[in-house]
Design a protein around this ligand. Structure first.
Ligand SMILES: Cc1ncc(COP(=O)(O)O)c(C=O)c1O
Length: 373
């Protein structure tokens, strides 16, 4: 075995010994309590057909053919960006190929040497990765603990950026955006808000948490993703015209990549139109969340403190949570274990995602299965 193969194998073996080896899997015929398709748009036939129709109406092209700055731009993409800017109540929007790319772009090119990025300790990997690519100083604060954040703000230098999520992807709890904007004002800091898990779920037309609180003008940089509740793919950053022009000029994940193909742009366009026609989906999802929580509380499950569609049942230990998940899966429910180091050791969990299409009796049976562990 070559030195390279040996070093790869050693790392994999270590993961296996720690019970944290990742493998690609897929589940057929299990009831979905794991995907991010919260509103059922990814499986919507109506949306599927409207995307097909839209694609047929566009001038035929299978791919974008280049970066947006070269041959990959077109009038339709710009129209969709204007539509997004309106929905998210911003001066301008720019589409990225994914939420990962959008966050990496923002964090890596806006904060400069001598500036400070402070992020919630539970922030998504793409924000951490972006921050690592920048030359700015990096600090984290305890999850949702604004006293700790304030102590870090006092130590910060240069322009200060606070990176948070509206709904945390692993714990499902919300950021208190109102309180945060007051703190940011006090220290003249700029908030970067990742609305990945609130896009579609909250706010008129799926505009997310900050718009629903009418705080959008207090948050200069907002990121929305379309691969979760919107059921399609891609992301956008919204803010001032200046911010968007800056990203077009300096964001490497925007400049040095082929743009999304026309059918992806059409998917984004149609997904927002579809949600607009089915605004009741947001309430339906809230009802499913309430039902799950009441069923879980009735059975005294150790469910985490979240009012969102993301619910965690803590089962400490990688092997313990894996075994628990196997049992639940044999009962017909697709749930996945969240292992350390993805979450801190001791807080390993089953992450349950609720969807509009989960029948009430399925939610009750899942809670029952969880109580039998
Ligand atoms: C909070 C958060 N931000 C960003 C992303 C990345 O978005 P995308 O899947 O579109 O790359 C994710 C995906 O898991 C996420 O949970």
């Amino acid at each position: 075995m070559s030195e390279l193969e040996k070093s790869l194998k050693d790392k994999l073996l270590k993961r296996e010994q720690e019970n944290s080896l990742r493998r690609l899997t897929f589940s057929a015929n299990l009831i979905d309590f794991t995907s991010n398709d919260y509103l059922g748009l990814a499986r919507s036939e109506e949306l599927f057909r409207s995307i097909q129709q839209k694609v047929n109406s566009l001038s035929h092209s299978n791919g974008a053919t280049g970066s947006r700055l070269l041959s990959g731009n077109n009038e339709y993409t710009e129209q969709v960006e204007q539509k997004l800017a309106k929905i998210f109540k911003a001066e301008a929007a720019v589409i990225f190929n994914s939420g990962y790319a959008a966050n990496q772009a923002v964090l890596s090119c806006i904060p400069q040497k001598g500036d400070t990025i402070i992020y919630d300790e539970l922030i998504h990997a793409c924000i951490r990765d972006g921050a690592r690519l920048s030359w700015a100083n990096r600090l984290s604060f305890r999850h949702n603990d604004f006293n700790d954040l304030e102590s870090k703000l006092k130590k910060s230098e240069g322009n200060i950026f606070i990176a948070v999520e509206s709904i945390y992807s692993m714990d499902g709890d919300l950021c208190n955006v109102k309180e945060l904007t007051a703190l940011a004002d006090k220290f003249n800091a700029s908030i970067i808000l990742d609305e990945a898990h609130s896009t579609g779920i909250m706010g008129e037309q799926g505009s997310g948490l900050s718009v629903s609180l009418r705080l959008e003008n207090k948050i200069p940089i907002r990121i929305y993703t379309f691969g979760k509740a919107m059921g399609v793919h891609g992301a956008c950053v919204v803010g001032s015209k200046n911010l968007i022009d800056y990203l077009i000029n300096f964001a490497r994940p925007f400049i040095y990549t082929t743009a999304l193909p026309p059918h992806s742009i059409a998917s984004i366009d149609c997904a927002f139109s579809c949600l607009n026609d089915h605004g009741y989906l947001q309430n339906e999802l809230s009802e499913k969340v309430k039902l799950f929580r009441s069923e879980a509380n009735k059975r005294k499950l150790s469910v985490m403190n979240s009012e969102s569609q993301i619910q965690g049942i803590v089962i400490p230990g990688n092997s313990e949570v894996k075994q628990a998940v196997e049992k639940i899966r044999t009962n017909g429910f697709d749930v996945r274990p969240i292992l350390s180091p993805t979450v801190p050791a001791g807080t390993e969990r089953i992450r349950v995602c609720l969807h509009t299409f989960n029948a009430n009796h399925e939610i009750q049976s899942l809670a029952e299965s969880l109580s039998m562990l």
